[in-house]
Design a protein around this ligand. Structure first.
Ligand code: HEC
Ligand code: HEC
Ligand code: HEC
Length: 88
């Protein structure tokens, strides 16, 4: 457990431009959607989603089902089915 904590701390430390949380969960009636910010950032790089200095991106239903999430999933092979994103 201690090793795991240290490993996690080292990884966190390596990211000097760290963001507030590794993942964000959006609640919705259809089921909560967990966006793993860190996994996405590691795989795609900040520029895939942020222009200039990264800042908060507002996510609502339209954004999520379009340009902010699903469009890229269609293009790059992420989840596009309702229940792949929405978990009850
Ligand atoms: C797949 C798209 C995506 C990628 C890649 C990505 N981000 Fe984000 N980022 C988001 C979204 C969406 C939000 C808004 C999260 C929320 O609702 O709080 C966000 C929020 C942020 C914020 C605002 C603070 C916060 O945590 O809410 C910062 C700072 C940030 N990102 C930095 C980065 C950095 C640095 C990288 C690269 C290492 C990165 N992001 C990569 C989508 C992305
Ligand atoms: C720029 C491209 C891009 C954007 C934007 C993006 N994703 Fe993804 N996402 C991917 C890719 C590629 C995968 C598949 C990664 C893999 O399987 O290795 C993925 C996987 C996922 C997964 C399944 C794996 C996991 O992390 O649980 C979820 C859920 C997910 N994305 C949610 C979101 C949400 C919610 C947003 C918007 C806030 C978003 N994504 C924005 C590219 C993107
Ligand atoms: C790429 C991931 C993703 C996929 C695929 C997806 N959604 Fe969503 N959906 C989201 C996110 C993120 C939100 C935004 C939640 C919020 O506003 O905070 C959302 C919001 C919603 C909402 C609004 C819920 C509320 O409480 O306001 C509904 C309804 C919904 N989605 C239904 C669907 C249906 C039906 C499908 C399949 C046709 C689908 N979604 C596919 C990520 C996804």
């Amino acid at each position: 457990m201690k090793k795991l904590i240290i490993a996690v701390m080292l990884v966190a430390f390596a990211f000097t431009v760290a963001y507030a949380a590794d993942s964000v969960t959006y609640d919705s009636k259809k089921g909560a959607v967990t966006f793993n910010h860190k996994d996405h950032a590691d795989k795609l790089g900040c520029e895939a989603c942020h222009e200039g200095t990264p800042a908060k991106i507002e996510i609502d239903k339209n954004a999520a089902h379009g340009a902010a999430c699903k469009d890229c999933h269609k293009e790059k092979g992420g989840p596009t089915k309702c229940n792949d994103c929405h978990k009850k």
